[in-house]
Design a protein around this ligand. Sequence first.
Ligand SMILES: Nc1ncnc2c1ncn2[C@@H]1O[C@H](COP(=O)(O)OP(=O)(O)O)[C@@H](O)[C@H]1O
Ligand SMILES: [Mg+2]
Length: 353
Amino acid sequence: MDEIEKYQKWLDKQNLRRNPFTLEINPSIIVGYKEQITKLLKNINQQQKIILLTGATGSGKTSIVSYLTLTNKDYRVLNKPPREVSKLLNISSYFIKDLPFLAKIFVRKPKKIDDFPDFLNKIIKKPKVLFIDESHEASIEVLEWLRIISDQVQNLTIVFSALPVFNEILSKNLETLKKRIIETVELEALTKEEVEKLIRKRIETAGGTDIKPFTYNIIEYIYSRTGGFPRAVVILCNNLINLGAENEAERVDMNLISKKPPIEREKKLNIENLKDLSSKQRKIINLIAESEPLTPNKLINYFPDYPSEKHGLRAINNLLRRLVKEGYIERERKGKSYYYKLNPSTRTVLVRS
Ligand SMILES: Nc1ncnc2c1ncn2[C@@H]1O[C@H](COP(=O)(O)OP(=O)(O)O)[C@@H](O)[C@H]1O
Ligand SMILES: [Mg+2]
């Protein structure tokens, strides 16, 4: 029996039509991020002009944007901003399609970008939202025009979805645009319950039942290894499914892992990687660098924005877990508390940058 056949047979036995853990974007299997979604919708409903959705690669930005655009027909998404200003004119088609039949026929798209804000005001009659994914890839010129459009077009909310580096791009080149960002929504990580839900939803969507072939103790392991970071969860689950199939295991549990740990790619630390971190993660690294070792209870004092200390501690612990997993910091237990300090290579990078 060849490998593929063996794999398929194992899936069949688990009642799975296919591997549930591919990196597809499927808005119907979104879990968690309730607070962040509420915050986004609150600002959208207030018709704020510019909102920023940010988070590292794989934190779930594209997923949330696709989910939201499915829930409301007045939400539109541009999957990637154009590099050239003239291409911005293409956004018109998003709004022209809402016009009454006759208006749609007679409407004349502007040829010049200077006429674009006026034109949009004419065709956008009720509040619309434009999500722009991968906004960090926009050229400065395009961002400049998006700011002008946002200033001049009445019924339009723009939600930039971008990597954390977007903030630096704005600070360096576009202070005026940065000042207009009313709210920043940051995606960090899922809780353990949400990780379990993610796994269950994906397994059920692929035809399986509950979390089978996973067991509850392996969910604990998945959570602690990934810090609840969505893409990392999906990738680790994929590796574990493959491991189960290889071993023709009935259950993917801790026994299977102790036999053969899934290989994780080593992550090299470099300055680019530090830039990929969220602003909170970088803040944590800097705080630890200043006065290591630090406990989560000390760190929380520097993050006054959380609604309660419980919230804050949970969030900080999630951030710390992920930084440990990715090799930026190290954890040490002294008595009842955990102390965090920099990994030597992180220090080298900090000194260089
Ligand atoms: N809230 C979520 N619930 C379930 N799965 C998620 C969630 N967020 C992200 N994922 C999964 O994690 C992976 C990476 O998400 P993605 O939206 O592409 O992240 P980003 O756009 O921030 O890079 C995708 O496979 C997606 O299905
Ligand atoms: Mg994305």
